[in-house]
Unconditional design. Structure first.
Length: 261
């Protein structure tokens, strides 16, 4: 059985552990004792210190904040087994960054998962360093398929992916917030507003996925000329909703590039 070491048991680290602990032997290194106890109790994760995890793991997933990574790698480097596969989920940190701190021969996979991984419906983009093999990449695919779907990309696309799927759940949650507030301000009681908004979002998404029609074509089908839907859409169009959305994604992409190192 593949020995999977995970450093960091926060939201994403725990999501990975919760969806993979039945397939792999899981070791975890986490500073928070309460979090460690939770991971041990719920997912049979074996809590170990960093040297033990580094020396025993076949694959190590780095699930710590980018600002903590450099000091972690300095501590990790001397305990690693040769050819241990390193997978980082830290935004902005390139494969070259890890080669610089772990040595140029270190096989590294860079991953960008997203929040729906917590329920097994995430999407993770993966790219590999020059030293990682096709087999290493397939190992990463197998691990991250446990929390949803995966796509393999060139590293130059990771900033765009961070802006789209990495940050994307927040855009959706903001839309839901606004939709709920608008429904309540229209006079609906909160419970009814919640039911209507949630069912509309779920039903519309499933219709889009199952129909295979373009979103724009479906929108046209719902919109009668001069009707209520047209009145609402005119507000979105008059306020440049499309441009606002494009600008927002571009801002996230630009910030990801600024963080890259």
């Amino acid at each position: 059985m593949l020995k999977l070491g995970i450093i960091g048991g926060g939201n994403m680290g725990m999501a990975i552990i919760s969806r993979t602990f039945k397939q792999y032997s899981i070791m975890v290194c986490e500073k928070d004792p309460a979090r460690t106890a939770l991971l041990k109790k719920n997912f049979r994760a074996v809590a170990v210190d960093l040297p033990k995890l580094a020396a025993s793991s076949d694959v190590i997933i780095l699930a710590v904040k980018p600002q903590d990574m450099e000091s972690l790698l300095a501590e990790l480097k001397n305990s690693l087994k040769p050819k241990t596969l390193i997978i980082s989920i830290a935004a902005g940190l390139t494969t070259l960054f890890f080669e610089k701190h772990l040595g140029k021969k270190a096989p590294v996979i860079r991953a960008m998962p997203n929040m729906p991984a917590q329920i097994g419906e995430g999407v993770t983009a993966l790219c590999k360093s020059s030293q990682a093999t096709a087999k290493d990449l397939q190992t990463a695919v197998k691990v991250f398929n446990g929390i949803g779907e995966t796509v393999i990309v060139e590293e130059k696309m990771m900033d765009s992916i961070t802006a789209v799927s990495g940050s994307g759940p927040a855009y959706v949650f903001l839309f839901i917030e606004c939709f709920l507030k608008a429904a309540e301000k229209s006079g609906l009681k909160p419970a009814i507003a919640k039911k209507l908004v949630e069912s509309t979002l779920l039903g519309s998404t499933n219709l889009y996925l199952q129909s295979r029609e373009l979103a724009g074509d479906l929108r046209v089908k719902v919109t009668s000329k001069g009707g209520t839907t047209q009145a609402a859409l005119d507000i979105f169009l008059d306020n440049n909703f499309e441009k606002m959305f494009i600008d927002a994604v571009h801002a996230a992409q630009s910030r990801a590039r600024q963080l890259a190192r």
